[in-house]
Design a protein around this ligand. Structure first.
Ligand SMILES: NC(=O)c1ccc[n+]([C@@H]2O[C@H](COP(=O)([O-])OP(=O)(O)OC[C@H]3O[C@@H](n4cnc5c(N)ncnc54)[C@H](O)[C@@H]3O)[C@@H](O)[C@H]2O)c1
Length: 430
């Protein structure tokens, strides 16, 4: 098949390379000329494990190319997959301006019988907007579908090659058949539903996971009041098969390019359809308030932030990515600076100055330098480099606090290294 993927970000490049690996002819199209120039040279403009190898392999095989030109990419495509960004607008609703711009550009060029697929995360009703737009631009013989994406940054290639399911939202047997055939090599369960159900499924999945994180945080906050340890509570409830022992992340709240945005968007959608007083608005509010609340609490424990030297370990929003969208560091660092602390940062991949040019941070190359003078070490993200570090060997003579923002170390381990310990929903130790 001949496919075009519009938008060569995290989702678009991975999808394009994986579809090419199935033997299809794939064109990746983006309006960002710098990104396309890098991709043409086989360079991925962001960090995603195993992606560059796959990209080079498919380019060498002549199955994958990149362009900025709609008139090169659209006329021959049997399937056009839109994977552009859908950031939240100021009121929280999904901003569909990139979807609309892409549709406007492709409409005059799309051939009869082409399937226009939306892979971006969009609210129910978006396919109708695209449909109306195509019709108003004179198109009548095309198909539309929704194909929500569930990959996780940091393991995007593996997730795309081994998905738990493929969700196809459409209203036409031809479209279901064609998209099912496209995904056949994955050998994954295929869920064929309406476009609205597919779009709701994407929001429901991410909102459930974000709610689970928020739930763990709420339990952790109560544990702080009574000396319980949230990790012990999780171990106890996780054995209940209705609950399960997976996906428990008490911490500084969820971040990243998807959860905060998808919760805000479902909350805004709820308000727009008259369901303002529901869970999603509350989850968003709790998550937004979490970092200032915890920093205030920890400030009291350590005798105030003013004048303290703080080492922030982990600037990306999760391990194995350089993506800093809604990373906890982007909230923690400005709050600490405001409170008078002196902050040093370390991350194996993320570059603070690129993502946060207006908030100066001394980003250093290794953990040893970051913690060299620190009064407080804050382990924000579970990068393997941070998890495997022997912090005992780095301990200074003076009293130092170790804040484990993801409960990745045991209190005994941290105290054994010689630090005073603060964890999430676990008793502090000095
Ligand atoms: N990143 C993730 O982990 C992830 C996972 C699942 C779903 N999603 C969803 O997938 C979509 C894309 O996310 P992403 O993280 O890949 O975004 P991204 O910001 O990394 O990439 C989007 C790309 O679209 C391009 N673009 C914008 N307008 C365009 C146009 N008119 N024509 C051509 N290209 C255009 C941009 O230049 C950019 O390169 C979003 O809706 C997101 O919610 C993302």
């Amino acid at each position: 098949m001949k496919l075009t993927v519009i938008g060569t970000g995290y989702v678009g490049v991975v999808s394009a390379a994986v579809y090419a690996s199935f033997g299809h002819q794939v064109t990746g199209l983006d309006v960002d000329a710098k990104k396309v120039a890098a991709l043409k040279e086989g360079k991925v403009p962001f960090y995603e494990p195993h992606l560059e190898e796959l990209l080079l392999e498919q380019q060498a095989a002549g199955r994958l190319r990149f362009t900025t030109e709609y008139n090169e990419a659209i006329p021959d495509a049997e399937i056009v997959i839109i994977a552009v960004g859908t950031p939240s607008a100021a009121d929280g609703q999904a901003d569909l301006k990139y979807i609309k711009a892409a549709t406007e550009s492709l409409a005059p060029l799309v051939s009869d019988g082409t399937i226009v697929v939306i892979k971006s995360t969009v609210p129910p009703g978006t396919l109708k907007i695209v449909d109306d737009q195509l019709k108003s631009l004179g198109k009548t013989r095309y198909y539309t579908a929704s194909l929500p994406e569930f990959l996780r940054e940091g393991s995007a290639v593996n997730d795309t090659l081994h998905p738990d399911r493929v969700v196809i939202g459409a209203s036409d047997a031809f479209v279901f058949d064609k998209l099912e055939e496209l995904h056949k090599p994955l050998n994954a369960p295929v869920v064929k539903i309406t476009p609205e159900s597919a779009q709701m499924a994407k929001y429901a999945a991410n909102n459930y996971l974000a709610t689970r994180i928020t739930f763990a945080n709420q339990i952790a906050d109560l544990c702080d009041k009574n000396g319980a340890d949230v990790q012990e509570v999780i171990a106890a409830i996780g054995l209940d098969q209705r609950i399960g022992n997976h996906y428990w992340y008490p911490g500084f709240g969820y971040g990243g390019s998807c959860f905060p945005k998808d919760v805000k968007e479902l909350a805004a959608y709820s308000r727009a359809v008259g369901e303002a007083n529901n869970l999603f608005n509350k989850v968003n509010e709790l998550n937004e308030g979490r970092i200032p609340r915890l920093l205030e609490l920890y400030g009291q424990k350590i005798g105030g932030w003013a004048g303290k030297k703080v080492a922030i370990l982990g600037l990306s929003f999760k391990p194995n990515t350089d993506d800093m969208r809604e990373a906890p560091s982007t909230k923690v660092v400005p709050e600490l600076i405001k409170a008078g602390a002196e902050v040093v940062g370390f991350d194996p991949r993320a570059e603070w100055s690129v993502f946060m040019p207006n908030t100066p941070l001394n980003q250093v190359e290794d953990i040893k330098t970051a913690v060299a003078e620190a009064d407080v070490i804050m382990a924000l993200i579970e990068w393997p480099e941070i998890l495997s570090c022997d912090f005992g060997a780095l301990k200074l003579e003076k009293q130092q606090w170790f804040i484990d923002a993801r409960n990745q170390f045991t209190p005994d381990q941290v105290v054994g290294w010689g630090y005073a310990y603060i964890g999430i929903g676990r008793p502090s130790r000095e």
